[in-house]
Design a protein around this ligand. Structure first.
Ligand SMILES: O=P(O)(O)O[C@H]1O[C@H](CO)[C@@H](O)[C@H]1O
Ligand SMILES: O=c1cc[nH]c(=O)[nH]1
Length: 247
């Protein structure tokens, strides 16, 4: 049965699913596949199915924010998705994280609305340990610059008091901000599927998020290289896990 938002059915969805936020990143990811086809493109959800070095993979964009991300996640789980890797972008909340460095979250602060619809705030948003460990192993093999630790997911890109928020989370050691990781981790844990996240840093932390965003615009090339690295990291991890499953 076709799902109402992603417009995909069981036969379209593989066990391993990549989740970019941006529909255009779905296409840029497909460029690394040996063969692929677009299954559907409805609203923010662009879905592609293909093969990466023999491993079947689906790529579905989730749009901006936890609300649409968990709609995609729920429908993908219904269609048989079991392992999910977000390939997103995020903004550093610590100095020393360069544009294009990768952030691999172990957990996320739940400052989003969607995850709160599912469960109380004292429930943790944690990454799947084994999948995240596999990503870190692959990252070490590929020698991609990366950081690992806690990130923070939010719902208000241009909210007031953003500087104060940044300064607060900076002092608490949070590495970066994004808008989907916490909801994806929370709902995945509740539904019993395995989800990890990789964020490409697109903002230099300068104690002021708006200046940081300007730095992203000016240093777009670094962010493009980071996006390539996060895509390859996710695909190579899936290739290894799929190969191990077949043996
Ligand atoms: O580039 P994506 O994966 O969309 O991720 C980040 O970019 C968007 C904000 O610009 C939010 O979705 C945020 O999480
Ligand atoms: O600062 C940033 C950059 C990307 N995405 C976010 O949510 N925040």
């Amino acid at each position: 049965m076709k799902q109402p938002h992603i417009l995909c059915s069981n036969e379209d969805i593989t066990e391993y699913v990549l989740l970019p936020g941006d529909p255009q990143r779905t296409l840029r990811t497909a460029a690394y596949l040996d063969e692929w086809q677009e299954i559907a493109y409805n609203r923010e959800f662009r879905s592609i199915k293909g093969l990466y070095k023999g491993a079947p993979v689906t790529i579905v964009s989730t749009g901006i924010g936890g609300a649409s991300a968990v709609i995609a996640l729920e429908e993908l789980i219904t269609c048989g998705g079991k392992y999910f890797i977000r390939i997103g972008s995020g903004g550093a909340v610590q100095p020393g994280i360069h544009i294009g460095d990768l952030i691999i979250p172990t957990a996320a602060v739940r400052e989003d609305g969607a995850s709160r619809m599912y469960v109380g705030e004292n429930y943790p948003a944690v990454a799947d340990f084994a999948l995240t460990h596999a990503i870190l192993e692959t990252c070490n093999v590929l020698k991609f610059p990366h950081f690992t630790g806690i990130v923070r997911s939010h719902d208000g890109f241009y909210m007031d008091e953003e500087d104060e928020k940044m300064s607060y989370w900076n002092k608490k050691g949070v590495l970066a901000s994004d808008m989907e990781t916490a909801a994806l981790f929370t709902v995945s844990q509740l539904r019993g599927v395995k989800t990890a996240s990789i964020l490409n840093n697109v903002v230099l932390y300068q104690g002021n998020i708006r200046e940081g965003i300007q730095a992203y615009v000016e240093e777009g090339k670094g962010a493009e290289a980071g996006e390539k690295r996060e895509i390859l990291l996710a695909l190579e991890t899936i290739r290894r896990l799929y190969r191990d499953q077949q043996e």
